[in-house]
Design a protein around this ligand. Sequence first.
Ligand code: NDP
Length: 454
Amino acid sequence: MTTYDYDLFTIGAGSGGVRASRIAAQYGAKVAVAEEYRVGGTCVIRGCVPKKLFVYASHFHEEFEDAEAFGWSVPAPSFSWTTLIANKDKEIDRLNGIYIRNLEKAGVEIIQDRAILKDAHTVHLVNEGRDITAKYILIATGGWPFMDTSIPGHEFAISSNEAFHLEDLPKRIMVYGGGYIAVEFAGIFHGLGVETRLIYRGEEILRGFDDDLREGVHAEIAKKGITVHTQTTIQSIDKSGDAYAVTLSTGDIVETDLVMFATGRKAYTDGLGLENAGVEVDRSGAVKVDSYSQSSVENIYAVGDVTNRVNLTPVAIREGQAFAETVFNNNPIKVDHDMIPSAVFSQPELGTCGLTETEARAAYSNIDIYKTSFRALKHTLTGRDEKTLMKLIVDGDTDKVLGVHLMGPASGEMIQLAGVAMKMGATKAQFDQTVAVHPTSSEELVTLREAWQG
Ligand code: NDP
């Protein structure tokens, strides 16, 4: 019988890889995980967590302004980017330490190196220059920002990776893209006092989200002062003294101090040696897997963003857990990718679960829409002209709630619980039977009586 150095070798210590390695080790497997950067992966090190800390920082700008309406007088506030970065780094170091300790406690060996596949059972450690064999290999290398290198001057642009480590906050920024990262960072920079432009190639930002939320966020961020250019692309970036001159497809040349590309992420498989082992990838470079996360090679699995299924941290964690259960606990589990609640930490925030109105109308013949838009109680005093929006999409035949879409403060918190009800197959009547929590914004979700007549 062939013997291997390890039962499992995981490449990538992010959310999916760490969970899979830890659980496999707890089931008695001998496990090693290779990580070329920092244990914790994108979410912890340069994604969700530091991003959310930045979002908190950027909210204070409006909080100080709003405080006056409630009787507070606030001396002119000032902001220190250096302090924010230092505090953020301290917290990320702490989390990184916890991830390392949890792996070690479970008996997982951490190898700080880049690992590439040599064949179906062998990985090569690039810096150490040695080979390791394993019965199973898990690819959990995540994603990497896509930077369009055909744009002249693209090398001047940063991605979200660098945004977490800027030495100074620019006075002006141009964010390119209209997805999650672009909209979240535009809000962060604007809230921190940076003159912000968002450049998006399509008709409306946040493609894939419900149209009411897309238009709603666009209107709100524009009201706050972010300049949004739709149906516009960046043609070139030229250095102009200490700044950059960006030529847009409209012919305009706009000066800015920093350009950030947020034009999507690609599976991080380049140079991983997948072809040496015969692992198939799709056209975007993502590892092709079945519903058990098994690749085209029997003993090689992949979880998380590298498979480009639903690119969210909690999904990667579930995929990692399901892989470990399937392979090391004889308990085959498929991850259910249906009805996944998620949030966008734009300003205002979004929470969404289930089908958009467009998707629902395409899939069902009888759709009822319930929606409301209002000014939250807090802003009756502040006078701030910011709308909260709530929308339920209901199957008119079965009364089942197919989609919930929220825009406004704490939408991310709300959608988690709406997601529980939706996962249980809740009907509109059951939403209505639930007594409202007053005074909250979320009470609107259970008091929407009249179907919207569009
Ligand atoms: P998205 O796919 O959300 O957005 C990419 C944006 O870039 C789109 O607006 C897209 O336009 C545009 N784009 C793509 N290619 C080009 C190009 N060649 N030229 C110009 N524009 C282009 O990716 P993100 O990078 O924002 O986020 C990556 C993933 O990370 C998300 O899918 C999400 O799953 C995850 N994420 C989740 C967060 C959360 O849960 N809150 C936060 C941040 C990220 P178009 O619409 O026309 O395709």
